[in-house]
Design a protein around this ligand. Structure first.
Ligand SMILES: Nc1ncnc2c1ncn2[C@@H]1O[C@H](COP(=O)(O)OP(=O)(O)OP(=O)(O)O)[C@@H](O)[C@H]1O
Length: 772
């Protein structure tokens, strides 16, 4: 901090304040400074909370000359000195910072406890009992507020010494509160795994400052976990030893020697002994991913080997299918009929096929035929069927198409968000048939959890499109199950939906089979490719959206999909522009500012993470129905109320990083959903991201209309890049090993780990614990 200037003073006026980001500009009247200025007033600018009158503040930072506003102090950190007179202390305690404390109560506190009231209460909460007439609730809230404000300020001052500015300090404080500094001194690497935006390099610099040596186990261990974490964020289940060694040497020991390389091996062995990583041959796993793979393989083996066979008469099956055909007004194709039959016969089955091949039709057939053949004598029991999907929207679609309530996998398993799943190996689900749709989206960790909860007499049918993107989390479970050739499969190839006039379906299947027109196909009934450069893509999309709205389509019908958040045609930019069209600013619409975003009543938003306790899940799309300010909300905090298909959920500012505007969403987030109109920019800045299964996933989201705008050559190039998302997994060989096919030797140490009673303890971590 030596290079920083300081200025001590009192607030004249808050010029600007963004409550959420805490970005503030204020004018202060200076009483003491080392800055060479003549005026008494100084503008200070940076990330700090609203200042209150009557307090002394000390700001540290760099001077900057703003062309329009003149000299300003760019604040790096600040300290607040507590009020020094009884009057100003009363004003401070009666300010908006302390909920429920008015001037009368504030005076009482100061009269009773004097000028040291704040310090005394922070040291010993029972001091507040000396103030007569304070309700228990008020006391509790006051102490919490005091700790929040005072604690945060103390922490920011300390953190500044380690080069951590106010914005990051706020994030650290949200997680560690008053333990922030202790955690920093014990193990700053912890921040990398639990605080969004806290990088390994920064932790490493702090570690150096506090004297953690290069070869210190804490550092090396953090480095290894960091590399494994990054790899799992990219979808990989393991890292190969040579590549881990290279990465670690780069990360930890620039200018490595053979000696450090050797010690790295020693650390790896130590970590294996401590069960913090698992090594199998030359592969290194985070334990939770290793055990998830083992779990999926062993659970599938259990089901395949123990589940009972069902027997039924073929003529009865034909009669049952006949009923469904009559109901639906269609004739089941041969492969569809075979799929229904196989699903009834097999204990576990994979049903895969591109769009419009009749996966849903087969699911309906399975449900109807199971009921007709095996529940003949009983009353129809819906409780025998479990239908599930990885996202809320996919579950809703499945419910609509089958007439049976489908749940998200998380809610099916009873996830509370923090504790274990309610349904697990020792408390399994009940039912006879489980069908899981959109299975390509299920990652290795969730697949393991799901399979554990399946009882031995339940049939399992996994439905998915193998050409879509793999799961966001690690693994590629559907692709691996198919590749294992150990589980019965039905692949539907014939296309039924809008057989003659749907170009979307034709395009999807052409992409799948690598048959692409060289020339832009231009306009079709349900498809259009509009040539445009990246400079005009946003404009073009705005025009298309405006036209669609004029034609009577609603915000819910129209979905823009893009592969990237940044760049001038990225999701953020698109959302900013499209918000003006879909839901422009109006007097009557309330707004809430959050970082760079404005949320207003009527906005379409997307949930970005699973929140099982609120029953909202990653990818759910909702609409803001109310914006409340703190005075109106029960929580006494600013709130957004979002309606997700009838379910109203409230979000305080703290929760707002869980949502974003959803006029444009990522292709990854669109998995499992379909929209009447899909608009997709395919432009040069996206080139790096565009690969076949990404484009295929986007194309297959459009139900009635798909409009691509951009550069046809970039589109073709993307479609020719097929393997960019290949993931490192070992599920195929594990399944084969468990089933006794093509057995690969599992090393002794891993076997021991498996037998070890601590396996369950390991599994309590989820890969999400390591992913931001
Ligand atoms: N055998 C058939 N004869 C006539 N129409 C059929 C047949 N099978 C399916 N269809 C129709 O084709 C359309 C697509 O079928 P379905 O929704 O079952 O396919 P899907 O594979 O689930 O498609 P998607 O993945 O795109 O949702 C539906 O309208 C369905 O009624």
């Amino acid at each position: 901090m030596a290079e920083h200037y300081y200025a001590k003073g009192q607030l004249n006026q808050m010029i600007f304040q963004n409550q959420q980001t805490q970005f503030s500009i204020a004018s202060i009247s200076v009483v003491e400074t080392d800055i060479d200025i003549d005026e008494k007033d100084l503008v200070v600018k940076g990330h700090f909370p609203a200042l209150t009158h009557g307090n002394d503040y000390i700001f540290y930072g760099q001077m900057q000359n703003h062309p329009k506003f003149g000299d300003q102090l760019n604040v790096f950190t600040y300290e607040k000195e507590l009020p020094k007179t009884e009057d100003s202390l009363v004003k401070y305690l009666a300010s908006d910072l302390f909920y429920g404390i008015g001037e009368k109560t504030a005076s009482k506190i100061v009269d009773t406890l004097g000028l040291n009231a704040v310090d005394d209460i922070l040291r010993d909460e029972s001091k507040l009992d000396e103030v007569v007439g304070l309700k228990a609730e008020t006391k509790k809230q006051f102490i919490a507020d005091l700790r929040l404000h005072q604690g945060f300020e103390q922490v920011t001052v300390e953190l500044a010494k380690y080069g951590v500015g106010l914005q990051l300090a706020q994030k650290l404080y949200d997680v560690y509160a008053e333990n922030t500094i202790k955690q920093l001194q014990d193990n700053p690497y912890d921040f990398v795994f639990y605080v969004d935006g806290f990088g390994f390099q920064r932790a490493d610099e702090i570690a150096k400052t506090i004297g953690i040596e290069d070869n210190h186990p804490t550092r090396v261990q953090a480095g290894i976990l960091h590399v494994l974490d990054e790899e799992s964020t990219n979808g990989h289940v393991y890292v190969e030893l040579p590549s881990l060694v290279t990465r670690l040497n780069e990360l930890l020991f620039r200018g490595q020697t053979e000696e450090t390389k050797q010690s790295l091996h020693d650390y790896l062995n130590q970590l294996v002994d401590d069960e913090l990583i698992v090594m199998e041959a030359d592969r290194i796993y985070l334990p939770q991913l290793y055990f998830a793979e083992e779990g999926v393989a062993s659970q599938l083996t259990r089901l395949l080997e123990t589940n009972e066979d069902l027997t039924f008469d073929e003529s009865e099956l034909m009669a049952a299918i006949g009923d469904v055909e009559e109901q639906e007004g269609i004739a089941y194709g041969e492969e569809q009929y075979e799929a229904v039959k196989k699903a009834l016969n097999e204990k576990v089955m994979l049903l895969t096929g591109g769009p419009g091949t009749g996966k849903t039709t087969v699911v309906k057939g399975i449900l109807h035929c199971y009921e007709a053949l095996f529940q003949k004598k009983e009353q129809k029991k819906q409780s025998d069927y479990i239908l599930a999907a990885p996202t809320g929207r996919a579950a809703k679609r499945l419910t609509e198409s089958t007439g049976i309530k489908a749940k998200t996998i998380h809610s099916l398993l009873g996830w509370s968000g923090e504790e274990e799943f309610e349904y697990n190996a020792s408390n399994q689900l009940s039912g006879k048939v489980m069908i899981v749709d959109e299975f390509s989206m299920v990652d290795i960790w969730l697949a393991n959890r799901l399979l554990k909860a399946v009882p031995a007499d339940m049939k399992v049918i996994f439905v998915g499109d193998e050409d879509q993107l793999p799961s966001v989390g690690p693994g590629q479970v559907l692709a691996d199950l198919l590749a294992s050739q150990s589980i019965p499969v039905c692949r539907l190839q014939d296309i039924y939906r809008q057989k003659n006039d749907s170009y979307i379906i034709k395009l999807a299947h052409d992409i799948k089979h690598d048959q692409l027109p060289e020339q832009s196909v231009g306009k079709k009934a349900d498809f259009n490719f509009i040539d445009t450069s990246s400079d005009y893509a946003v404009d073009t999309i705005e025009k298309i959206v405006t036209k669609a709205l004029e034609k009577g389509y609603s915000m819910r019908d129209i979905q823009v999909l893009a592969p990237m958040y940044k760049t001038k045609v990225g999701i953020h930019e698109l959302n900013d522009s499209l918000q003006q069209i879909f839901n422009p600013k109006e007097e009557s619409k309330r707004e809430l500012l959050h970082f760079q975003s404005v949320y207003r009543t009527g906005d379409k938003v997307i949930q970005l993470v699973n929140q099982p306790e609120k029953d909202v899940f990653n990818g759910d799309i909702g609409e803001i129905v109310a914006v409340k300010d703190a005075k109106e909300a029960d929580s006494n905090k600013d709130e957004l109320i979002i309606n997700f298909e009838g379910l109203e959920v409230s979000y305080t500012r703290q929760d707002l990083n869980q949502i974003m505007l959803a006029y444009a969403i990522s292709i990854h987030k669109s998995q499992g959903s379909e929209f009447p109109i899909v608009i997709m920019p395919i432009v040069r800045p996206f080139k790096r991201m565009l690969v076949k299964n990404l484009i295929y996933t986007a194309v297959t989201r459009g139900k009635a209309s798909l409009i691509i705008c951009g550069d046809y050559d970039i589109f073709l190039e993307g479609l020719q890049k097929g393997d960019a998302y290949e993931r490192r997994t070992t599920l195929v060989s594990r399944i084969q090993a468990f089933l006794g096919h093509n057995v690969e030797q599992v090393p002794q140490s891993a076997e021991q780990n498996l037998e070890n009673a601590e396996v369950d303890e390991q599994e309590e971590f989820s890969p999400y614990d390591f992913m931001s």
